[in-house]
Design a protein around this ligand. Structure first.
Ligand code: PGA
Length: 253
């Protein structure tokens, strides 16, 4: 069976008010998504409840959860809390959080908490820069092995892995990755996962691309790159562009 592709919008710390979040969401859901694709919106926590009330059928995700399930952790929000509000996905290990000091040990705890709470973790991995020694393979292998350490084989198929080379993310990106670069890393990721969890268990895990995804490069990533979908930052804040990326992916499905 072919894996369903997935398009995830990572709104990051945007937009600036509940009203704007509502407008953006309403503009996105104007499009009639086919059931051939999964579309997930990951807004800031505080907008979850509001957006869930507008339309239940688009799954929502969050961009972080606590590494603990409850207790004296000031400022933290637990996996169970966001599940209760309707979230079903969580982005973990994003490079912007790694840059704030989040380490693999904590990401690993968060992945376990996510799975125990019924959330599908979207694990982001990727190197900061590329060098001629191909050291990025080691960086990615290390991240995957540490972040999925001790994760139950039975629950791993609920995870999604996003290859997001740090140099390709955001407005300061050096450049976007090429579909070939993505495909090479995706094959590598599948091999690591297969060695760890068995080929049969991982065949349904989606490996998606993130980093300056736009309406111009989406098709190539799906066709030549064989991406199982996208994690979209900037262009998920523009309803028209986001819908276009969804439509492009749908067509080549
Ligand atoms: P970008 O962000 O699409 O704006 O490069 C992607 C991400 O950080 O997930």
């Amino acid at each position: 069976m072919q894996k369903k592709k997935i398009i995830i919008g990572n709104w990051k710390m945007n937009p600036e008010s509940g009203k704007l979040a509502e407008t953006l969401y309403k503009n996105i859901i104007k499009s009639k998504f086919s059931s051939k694709l999964d579309v997930v919106i990951c807004p800031p926590f505080v907008y979850l409840e509001k957006l869930k009330k507008i339309l239940k059928k688009i799954p929502l995700g969050v961009q972080n959860i606590s590494h603990k399930d409850k207790g004296a952790f000031t400022g933290e929000v637990s996996g169970n809390m966001v599940y209760d509000l309707g979230a079903r996905y969580v982005i973990l290990g994003h490079s912007e959080r790694r840059a704030m000091g989040e380490e693999d040990e904590v990401i690993n705890q968060k992945i376990k908490i996510a799975l125990a709470s019924g959330l599908n973790p979207i694990l982001c991995v990727g190197e900061k820069n590329r060098d001629d020694n191909h050291d990025y393979f080691n960086v990615i292998k290390n991240q995957i092995e540490k972040d999925f350490n001790g994760v139950n084989k039975n629950s791993i198929s609920n995870a999604i892995v996003a290859y997001e080379p740090v140099w390709a993310i955001g407005k300061d990106a050096v450049r976007e990755a090429t579909p070939e670069e993505f495909r090479e890393v995706a094959v590598f990721i599948k091999k690591i996962l297969s060695d760890k969890f068995g080929a049969n268990t991982v065949k349904n895990i989606r490996i998606i691309y993130g980093g300056s995804v736009n309406t111009k490069n989406a098709q190539d990533f799906v066709v030549a790159g064989e991406a199982d979908g996208f994690l979209v930052g900037r262009d998920s804040l523009d309803a028209k562009k986001f819908i276009k990326i969804i439509e492009i992916t749908e067509k080549v499905n």
